[in-house]
Ligand binder design. Structure first.
Ligand SMILES: CC(C)(COP(=O)(O)OP(=O)(O)OC[C@H]1O[C@@H](n2cnc3c(N)ncnc32)[C@H](O)[C@@H]1OP(=O)(O)O)[C@@H](O)C(=O)NCCC(=O)NCCS
Length: 191
């Protein structure tokens, strides 16, 4: 029998864990991928990030999943020609039919033996049934403290993006309201 793929090694109870959804993609930046300054073009990176996220969601949901939304993507540092791009994605949380995927991107320079983090972004994907309609995705089980914290934070980000997309009323945004209440109560003078 072939050895288990790394993402299967963390799944002792056969549960759908975050680590099972993880995807790492590695690419080298060639001249055709760059702009006039010799830096990787943003669109090329987004394409790679979208594919990486799609693999994570399909590993998790075992279905076709499509990109529904991409949160603000920041290009914090340029990636240069001949450098190696490493994109890593994982499903942070499943809601109903939608999932939040976190992407982290690093640039590696093999000659200088350096690696720096360049990007982080959150993508929302929706699982589709055989007729192309949104369908429930299976729940995901965070296992580490870091995965738990990402799972919790994902619920708040979801409210923010649905609010901005006009899909949620502020009155129904439970996490945001709780945060505002906590911030206001901190400002109250002692009774
Ligand atoms: C994504 C898509 C399937 C959603 O269809 P829809 O008719 O809006 O479906 P629903 O209203 O049932 O929403 C489905 C889920 O998407 C989520 N969603 C829809 N728009 C969203 C947005 N802008 N931001 C975050 N989540 C969104 C909903 O909250 C819902 O999540 P939930 O089931 O976990 O609560 C549909 O818009 C689509 O097919 N878009 C094109 C996808 C595509 O081709 N992507 C790649 C090309 S860029």
């Amino acid at each position: 029998m072939p050895p288990a793929a790394p993402h299967e090694a963390y799944d002792p109870q056969g549960q759908k864990t975050v680590s099972r959804s993880r995807c790492v993609m590695t690419e080298i930046v060639l001249p055709n991928d760059t702009n006039g300054l010799g830096n990787l073009m943003g669109g090329r990176l987004l394409h790679m990030m979208d594919k990486c996220a799609a693999i994570s969601t399909q590993r998790h949901a075992n279905r076709v999943c499509v990109t529904a939304a991409v949160d603000s993507v920041e290009f914090n540092a340029p990636i240069y020609q001949n450098e190696i791009i490493i994109a890593e994605s994982q499903v942070n949380r499943v809601f109903h039919t939608s999932m939040e995927v976190e992407l982290n991107v690093w640039a590696e320079n093999p000659r200088k033996q350096t690696r720096r983090r360049c990007n982080r972004a959150f993508f929302t994907f929706v699982a589709l049934d055989d007729e192309g309609r949104p369908t429930e995705a299976p729940p995901i089980y965070p296992q580490t403290a870091e995965e738990e914290s990402r799972y919790e934070a994902a619920a708040k980000r979801r409210e923010m993006r649905l609010l901005l997309a006009g899909r949620l009323n502020l009155g129904d945004a439970q996490h945001i309201k709780a945060d505002v209440r906590a911030a206001l109560s901190e400002q109250q003078p002692d009774a």
